[in-house]
Design a protein around this ligand. Structure first.
Ligand SMILES: *Cc1c(COP(=O)(O)O)cnc(C)c1O
Length: 386
């Protein structure tokens, strides 16, 4: 790859790139003469994703945001219906609820994983509750056994925002395949990327045809192309959720070496963990926790500082040395739209306080060991100097 152009020597993210993406895109243009959606590259990506996730049905989409929208549509969320979700998440999780007139009901996160606290979910259930939206933060699984049990007993859908969860698992099941619906992201900041893109994973066969129609502008065009019908019509409400072949062509080579990318990210994650352990043991910082039964994918490596002031100082220290480390979500419930559309159930013990201490370190496929070591030693320098 050409030299990076960045104001940082070690940026926070560099999109994954295998070197074969551009050749694939050339094939889409010059050989296949197919650049709209659902051509051979899209089909290969979907097959590969089925193989990697073991999901029975996979639909490649234009984004994870759109996959989440498809999921709230498929579970027929209606105005006034409530969805329980964490406040420490990306806006798209809540947008998908609000788009259909639903009410996001935020509950607190667990401070150890920053995932929704499964013990607080049931208390937030009302007779308007329709679904639980879980977010697997940093590719570490939520406590799905407990969550699936609540959903089963209370008759709720479970939607997994697995935007960060590709290749990670919970008790042997891939994230995104446990609930009724799972959404993956292939945005450039994620472990596998097509620029903008995502996928919807569907567990139960009964939703597959509906999803196909919804994704193809409300038409039964997919059936038509399979030769199952001789003309296609407008069947139901729909939109355009299928990505261009150019994007799928870009994604495919990364999926083909999915394990290699995953292994590399996990190796960097562990290098950070081992390198910063002494600061954790000395009580200076906190490090991420991965519960038993969860296998993470090295999506994010974060540490927690003492407080916001210390985090700001550490960001500044790293920045001066050409390293970009970044904080994450501003909790949704205290944002203007969160206040307008949703409500927080129970007490915000950890969401706000923990989010203010969290700092993400550079982590990407092409990050070298030497670069990771430099980040580690600059963090030591920061704490040593105090
Ligand atoms: C990245 C992300 C999204 C959005 O993904 P897009 O593909 O950009 O729409 C949604 N939820 C979470 C938790 C994310 O990290």
């Amino acid at each position: 790859m050409a030299d990076r152009i960045s104001e940082y020597r070690i940026p926070y993210n560099v999109p994954p790139f295998t070197g074969r993406e551009v050749e694939n895109m050339r094939i889409a243009c010059e050989v296949n003469h197919k650049i709209c959606g659902d051509g051979p590259f899209t089909k290969q990506c979907s097959e590969k994703l089925k193989e990697l996730t073991h999901a029975p049905s996979v639909f490649l989409t234009t984004s994870c945001t759109h996959a989440l929208e498809m999921a709230t549509h498929l579970c027929e969320l209606r105005p006034g219906d409530e969805v329980i979700l964490p406040s420490f998440t990306f806006v798209s999780t809540a947008d998908a609820v609000v788009l259909r007139g639903g009410v996001p009901v935020f509950v607190d996160v667990r401070p150890d994983t920053m995932n929704i606290d499964e013990k607080l979910i049931e208390d937030a259930v009302t007779d308007r509750t329709k679904a639980i939206f879980v977010v697997h933060y940093a590719g570490v699984g939520c406590e799905m056994d407990t969550i699936m049990d609540i959903a089963k007993r209370r008759g709720l859908f479970v939607l997994e925002d697995a935007a960060q969860g590709m290749m990670a698992s919970y008790k042997g099941k891939m994230l995104g395949t446990i609930g009724d619906f799972g959404a993956l992201s292939f945005h450039e900041t994620k472990n596998y990327s097509m620029g903008e893109g995502g996928a919807l994973l569907i567990r139960d066969g009964e939703y597959v045809e509906k999803a196909e129609i919804l994704r193809e502008k409300g038409t039964n065009r997919s059936k038509f192309f399979r030769g199952q019908i001789d003309k296609y019509t407008w069947e139901a409400f729909g939109s355009s959720y299928l990505p261009s072949e150019l994007n799928a062509a870009y994604l495919l080579p990364q999926l083909e070496i999915a394990d290699e990318i995953n292994d590399r990210r996990r190796a960097i994650w562990h290098r950070y963990y081992e390198g910063l352990r002494d600061l954790r043991d000395a009580g200076r910082i906190e490090l991420p926790f991965v519960p038993e039964g969860c296998v993470h994918n090295g999506h994010i490596f974060y540490l927690k500082t003492k407080d916001l002031t210390e985090r700001t100082a550490l960001i500044g220290h790293l920045k001066e040395r050409g390293i970009l480390a970044v904080f994450h979500y501003i909790p949704l419930h205290s944002s203007p739209a969160g206040l307008k559309y949703g409500r927080f159930h129970g007490e915000d013990r950890f969401t706000t306080a923990e989010s203010e201490r969290l700092l993400r370190l550079p982590l990407y496929y092409s990050l070298t060991d030497a670069e990771a070591d430099e980040v580690i030693s600059e963090i030591h320098a920061f704490y040593g100097a105090k």
